[in-house]
Design a protein around this ligand. Structure first.
Ligand SMILES: Cc1ncc(COP(=O)(O)O)c(C=O)c1O
Length: 438
């Protein structure tokens, strides 16, 4: 295995298309995927000497992998491998026992998946769908679900859904659009910093260079999108993970940026259904459908295991790929059409709001932000977040360091997901976490 004693120059093969730093980033990605969390990569000067290239090539490749979340870099310290819920490789050791209290963000309440109503919806499809629905599927999705979702997005998200394409979720949708961007010659994608690491990796996997852009309490700082980036990935309704809403001023700036530079806005609308203390904000897509690709899924409302999502594309864009199984698509269409989805969302909203209130109360006088919406919040700390994550883990509580979502480390903070936290575990989990945070 690679480590500090290894000659990395031997492991890294610089081949394939693109300039040297892209070739190196590709080669590093492959090697780093097989390494344990925390392994140091060689200093840039040393690797440059091993490879016989300039140090600039190495620093560019490292910066790209930091932006994508594969590496963590701190000024004055070694750059290290970072494994954040990444793909489990065969080389990884068996994982430690699952934590008793899992506050990692990402999941809705799996205990409340509407099993009976979903079973009814599937049975409805199997008993009433015309035999023609069992023929070759439409790659863009079944026309009925596309129509039903267009109505839903218009009604609930203020979107302007001319053309809805069904996909496997936001990740799948973003991946498809990133590939389409790459095919049209776009090479750089601006992303929010902090932001969801998985989507950065997906963009990098499609061959785009990821450019982190800082977020403040108004959302992405549009003026800092690098010149030359022709596409930007944002979470306007509920920035992940800080929880801010893109301010009206920044929304206008973002649209101006897209119009002036012929840019595309990728709008990740991942948990827009859950608002507690503020009015829902409509999509940016609804304001200018020609400039925005809108992504959503049922991963936060029902379950990520269904693998059902959608993309609304500007008229001039097309993406390739296959829609999920037709029976599942039609089940979702029936569920939405019958009003079952709306009822499920109303009950879920109430449940999450109550749980959020209890968690906030149980965390006591902690400094919190991003509490008004969604299924997670941010807990600000006075001490090193990684140490608190470790101390919490020892007490059986899994929490996430906000730095895991940052390209550049910042103020110490944790992201606490409460979507899948059992109601009877809220107070105990919060107490243990308070003890861990000291
Ligand atoms: C920021 C963000 N976007 C999108 C998603 C949903 O992705 P998918 O629909 O691929 O499950 C998540 C889920 O955790 C998320 O945190």
């Amino acid at each position: 295995m690679a480590g500090s004693q290894t000659n990395w120059g031997v492991l890294l093969e610089l081949t394939g298309p693109g300039p040297k730093h892209e070739q190196l980033a590709r080669a590093l990605r492959k090697v780093v995927r097989g390494l344990e969390d925390g392994v140091a990569v060689p200093p840039s000067r040393q690797l440059a000497a091993d490879l016989g290239c300039s140090r600039w090539v190495v620093t560019q490749a490292y910066a790209q992998l930091v932006a994508e979340g594969y590496l963590a870099g701190r000024t004055g310290a070694a750059t290290r491998v970072r494994r954040v819920g990444g793909a489990v490789t065969a080389k990884q050791p068996v994982r430690a026992a699952a934590p008793r209290y899992d506050l990692a963000p990402g999941l809705p309440d799996l205990r409340h998946f509407p099993r009976q109503r979903w079973a009814d919806a599937v049975r409805g499809v199997l008993t009433t769908a015309p035999h023609t629905d069992f023929g070759l599927p439409d790659r863009a999705g079944h026309p009925r679900l596309r129509r039903v979702l267009a109505d839903y997005l218009r009604r609930v998200r203020g979107a302007d859904p001319g053309d809805v394409v069904i996909c496997g979720g936001v990740t799948d949708g973003v991946s498809r659009v990133c590939h389409a961007l790459r095919e049209t010659g776009v090479t750089r994608l601006a992303v929010e910093d902090p932001g969801w690491t998985r989507l950065r990796r997906v963009a990098a996997g499609a061959g785009l260079t990821v450019e982190p852009v800082p977020v403040d309490d108004e959302g992405i700082q549009v003026s800092r999108i690098p010149a030359g980036a022709r596409a930007v990935l944002v979470t306007p309704a509920h920035q992940f993970p800080t929880g801010t809403v893109l301010s009206p001023r920044r929304r206008a700036e973002l649209l101006d940026w897209a119009r002036d530079g012929d840019g595309l806005i990728l709008e990740d609308d991942y948990d827009a259904e859950f608002r507690y203390d503020r009015r829902p904000v409509g999509t940016v897509q609804g304001t200018d459908p020609a400039r925005v690709a809108l992504f959503g899924s049922v991963s936060k409302t029902l379950s990520p295991a269904l693998g059902l999502g959608w993309v609304v594309l500007p008229p001039q864009w097309t993406v390739s790929g296959h829609a999920p199984p037709v029976v599942d698509q039609l089940a979702l269409a029936g569920f939405v059409d019958s009003g079952g989805y709306d009822r499920h969302l109303r009950a879920a909203r109430l449940r999450y709001r109550t749980r959020r209130d209890r968690l906030v109360e149980a965390l006591g006088p902690a400094r919190l932000s991003g509490v008004a919406a969604g299924l997670h919040l941010v807990l600000h700390l006075d001490r090193n977040a990684a140490a608190v994550v470790r101390a919490a883990r020892e007490k059986g509580v899994k929490v996430t360091d906000l730095d895991d979502y940052r390209a550049t480390p910042g103020e110490p903070a944790l992201v606490l997901g409460y979507g899948n936290l059992a109601d009877n575990a809220v107070e105990t989990a919060a107490r243990l976490l308070r003890e861990a945070a000291g």
